[in-house]
Design a protein around this ligand. Structure first.
Ligand code: GLP
Length: 241
């Protein structure tokens, strides 16, 4: 595991963007596994900036997102579809046909999860998977559990996750209760993992996940078993390691 400690959010974002850019430059038709949340917003800003300067070409890149709220239409500004277009896809030359997220409006969970796993397989797997981390150690929407979930599945969000994400909604009642997410096995199958965290609020979980026991109670801890993990942290998130 490589750990980069950055002085602040901007530097963390730049370092992570450097890593994603290297992937796109070295393999122009790569499959990027992307994430939402507040953590990667700065990274996406750098990618857009470098695309506009002519340093990056996304025309052959494929993207697969980690997760999506179940029941939110694409045009809802809290859907991850909307987030990704607003923060990245609308500003770069990605082919819309190469953009993939779970379909939150598909009511048949089994069908949608199977479709998404087959899609990822048909693309040849993920070259680099970007991850943030929840305060309870969740990655994507893989919540603490007694077992590690395998493929894409439908999860009931924990109350703490609903509380953490309600800042983006008018109220906690509006946060969807369910989401589709890649499973732990899907994430672990990515060739490379890039995980980012910033702020003092993430320090405890970073210590637990990467220096504590490997347990489904802390889903991110499984990443200790992955052969190619890069952790990019700001000083505050790194303060306990
Ligand atoms: C959300 C997302 C995760 C994200 C996490 C942390 O629930 N499903 O993919 O990593 O929360 O979010 P943030 O980056 O805003 O702290």
């Amino acid at each position: 595991m490589r750990i980069y400690k950055a002085a602040n959010y901007k530097e963390m974002s730049r370092k992570a963007a450097n890593i994603i850019s290297a992937q796109v430059i070295l393999k122009p038709d790569c499959v990027l596994g992307l994430a939402t949340g507040s953590t990667p917003i700065g990274l996406y800003e750098y990618l857009v900036d470098w695309y506009k300067k002519g340093d990056l070409d996304f025309s052959k890149v494929q993207t697969v997102n980690l997760d999506e709220y179940k029941g939110l239409p694409r045009d809802n500004d809290q859907s991850y579809y909307y987030f990704m277009h607003d923060n990245l896809f609308n500003h770069i030359n990605i082919d819309p046909a190469n953009v993939h997220l779970p379909d939150g409006m598909e009511p048949d969970a089994e069908k949608e999860c199977r479709r998404y796993d087959e899609l990822i397989r048909s693309l040849g797997g993920v070259d680099i998977q970007l991850l943030g981390i929840g305060h309870n150690g969740h990655i994507g929407f893989n919540e603490p559990d007694t077992v590690f979930a395998k493929g894409t599945h439908c999860v009931k969000l924990q109350e703490s996750t609903i509380q953490a994400n309600k800042r983006f909604f008018a109220s906690a009642e509006e946060v969807p209760q369910y989401a589709y997410t890649m499973g732990i096995q899907t994430i672990m199958s990515a060739k490379k993992i890039l995980i980012m965290a910033n702020g003092a609020g993430k320090a405890e979980i970073i210590k637990k996940a990467f220096f504590g026991p490997i347990t489904p109670e802390v889903p991110a801890s499984v990443l200790q078993l992955h052969g190619d993990v890069t952790l990019v942290l700001d000083n505050e998130a790194a303060s306990l390691i």
